[in-house]
Each structure stands twice: as structure tokens, then as C-alpha cells.
Design a protein around this ligand. Structure first.
Ligand SMILES: C[S@@+](CC[C@H](N)C(=O)[O-])C[C@H]1O[C@@H](n2cnc3c(N)ncnc32)[C@H](O)[C@@H]1O
Length: 281
């Protein structure tokens, strides 16, 4: 078997991989995560014919294409997500945030660690229900190319769609025959979203500002200093009066930001008025 030739992960190897993961994508692999790291990288290292994690680590560093690092990131990152995850965010969006943003023709959202797309499509369903006459644009980004490919294809099994309101299933999905995927997002909804690779610890390629940013359940894996830096960049990417949604297990209270706390896991950038910044209601 492939795995029999791979030597167990040594403490020094864990330390090297830990440093690389932190530098390359902010992931904070705390001591105690050795088994998890070994398990997640085992298949990758073995199938590359490596005899040790040290050899695997060296190959990642030597690969000028960046593919080996991308594969390592894919293996280490947690992509868990679901439709309608943390549903009170979507209630708040629908009943409060949209109104507070005022009348506008375009409504733009950035889902900044969108994984396999369920967050993007949930946003699309909520916005199309709430403001069908607006032009809805959703940008989904993630560090994982694999996850982005699933998001872009937008086809999901019946199991993943279980629990979605029947009205959403009939309005926003089409049945897929064969191929194991039961439902695919309808083309007119897919056309409202665009997906790009963006590593949150690197400068943002998106230069414009957004009225709504969802960045949920990614920063929780970052160390405190990286969280602070990424949260500050996200705050800068918000337009005045715009809202930032983070995961409920994440808190920005320790980050010194220019944002107001609105409710658990929701922050707002103060509205800019002549003569300086004013508090938004
Ligand atoms: C647990 S999922 C969260 C998905 C979704 N936002 C949600 O709350 O259900 C975390 C996602 O963050 C992505 N991620 C991790 N580190 C990242 C980084 N440095 N830049 C961009 N995305 C990252 C992972 O690839 C993964 O898809």
C-alpha cells in the first residue's frame, strides 16, 4: 500500500508545515493538530511517492507552479458549509440590512470564503425573494480551487439540499438527470454570481467596495494577528454604511476596527457624512 512507505510525521516536520501554512494562507495549526495534519496530507504525500513528510514539504517549496502548495492548502483547509448556515444572518439581511442600505438599483455582495458555494446561492435566494427588481451581483471567492469549481458548477445532491424550503427548490433549482447530482441552480441565478480565487491573507484583487460582505467561518482558523489584518482589509473593502457578517464562533471584538458592532457576528461601517464620520442608525 502507498501509505506503508510514508514515515510518521516528526515534530520538526509538523513545525515546518505549520510555519508554511501560516505564512501561505494564515492557517493556525496549533500544537495538538499533528494527527490531523498527518491524516490530511498522507494521501497527497503518498501518491506523490514521498517517503517522509519532509520530502513532501521540500517538493511543495520547490514547485514553482504553486500547484503543490495549492493542493496542500486544499487538503488542510476545512471546507465544511451548508445552505442556510447560521440562518439568523439571512433573516437580518432580509428584514434589516437591505432596508438600511436604502434604495439602489444594484445590490452587490462579496462572499469572501465561499467554499463550495452554498453561502453564495443562499444569498441569491434571499435577495431574489426580497428585492427581485434589483440587479443582484454576488462575488464568491475562496483559496481552494477545488471548492470554487464545485461552487461554479452549482450542482448539489438531494442530501445537501434537504431542509431547503420547497419553494426555493422549485424556484431556484432545476432537477439534474443522472450524474449523481440531483439539483442544479438555474442558469439565470448562476448568472448573478462570479467566482474568483482570493487568498484572504494576500492583497485583495477586488478593488471596488461592497455594501455587504460575508466572511464566515474562515478567520476562525487564523491566528490573532492574521485575523486582525484580514478583518481590517475587509473593513476597508466595505462601503460606508455597509455590513460585514462573520461566523457566530468568530468575534471581532479583539480587533481594533473602524466598524460598529450591530449584533452577534454582524458589524457595520459608519456612514460618512460631510465633516467626518457619523454613527449609522
Ligand atoms: C469552513 S469553510 C466556510 C464556508 C462558508 N463561508 C460558511 O460559513 O459556510 C472555510 C473556507 O475558508 C477557506 N479559506 C481558508 N483559508 C483561506 C484563505 N487564506 N483565503 C481564502 N479562503 C480561505 C477554505 O478553503 C474554506 O472553503
Amino acid at each position: 500500500m502507498e501509505t506503508e512507505t510514508l514515515r510518521p510525521l516528526a515534530a520538526r516536520e509538523f513545525a515546518e508545515i505549520r510555519t508554511l501554512a501560516r505564512r501561505a494562507f494564515g492557517l493556525d495549526l496549533k500544537p495538538g493538530k499533528e494527527e490531523l495534519v498527518a491524516a490530511r496530507l498522507r494521501r497527497l504525500a503518498s501518491s506523490a511517492g514521498c517517503r517522509s513528510y519532509q520530502e513532501f514539504y521540500r517538493r511543495v517549496l520547490e514547485d514553482a507552479t504553486g500547484e503543490a502548495l495549492a493542493a496542500m492548502i486544499d487538503a488542510l483547509a476545512t471546507n465544511h458549509t451548508a445552505f442556510l448556515r447560521e440562518p439568523d444572518h439571512f433573516d437580518f439581511l432580509r428584514h434589516t440590512a437591505i432596508q438600511a442600505l436604502g434604495p439602489r438599483r444594484d445590490l452587490e455582495v462579496w462572499s469572501a470564503a465561499c467554499s463550495t458555494g452554498e453561502e453564495v446561492w443562499t444569498l441569491a435566494f434571499v435577495l431574489n425573494d426580497a428585492v427581485p427588481s434589483r440587479r443582484i451581483r454576488i462575488t464568491g471567492t475562496d483559496i481552494s480551487r477545488k471548492a470554487l469549481a464545485v461552487a461554479e458548477r452549482a450542482a448539489y445532491t438531494a442530501e445537501r439540499c434537504a431542509g431547503l424550503p420547497a419553494a426555493w427548490l422549485s424556484r431556484y433549482f432545476a432537477r439534474e438527470d443522472g450524474a449523481g447530482q440531483a439539483y442544479r441552480i438555474r442558469p439565470e441565478i448562476r448568472a448573478q454570481a462570479a467566482f474568483f480565487r482570493q487568498n484572504l491573507v494576500e492583497p485583495f484583487a477586488l478593488r471596488r467596495r461592497f455594501p455587504l460582505i460575508f466572511c464566515r467561518n474562515a478567520m476562525i482558523y487564523f491566528d490573532a494577528e492574521t485575523q486582525q489584518r484580514v478583518a481590517a482589509s475587509l473593513a476597508a473593502a466595505l462601503e460606508p454604511g455597509g455590513y460585514l457578517f462573520v461566523g457566530h464562533a468568530e468575534s471581532l471584538t479583539r480587533c481594533s476596527l473602524s466598524l460598529e458592532y450591530v449584533r452577534p457576528a454582524v458589524y457595520r461601517k459608519p456612514l460618512k457624512r460631510e465633516g467626518g464620520w457619523s454613527r449609522s442608525s
